[in-house]
Ligand binder design. Sequence first.
Ligand SMILES: [Zn+2]
Length: 91
Amino acid sequence: MSFLLACPHCGARPVGEFAFRGEQTPDLDDGMAHRALHRAIHLRRNVAGVQREWWQHRAGCGRWFVADRDTRTNEVHRTGLVGELGPRDAA
Ligand SMILES: [Zn+2]
């Protein structure tokens, strides 16, 4: 399935120019308990709906960014650099 994805630097481009780099996971910190650290590193939510994902504009500027994409329809709600989109739960 083909769709457009908006690189925050280059604008809308065909999705074939990008590399999907996986679901964004919780930020790690030094004080995390073992169980929370395990969840953050190894487990994915794999939602049927909107999830926050890592993408890289591989055939363009090479930058990494995040996108809120509906996994059921491939509709991309928004893209932005890390920290621009607000909390993941708002996706
Ligand atoms: Zn780009």
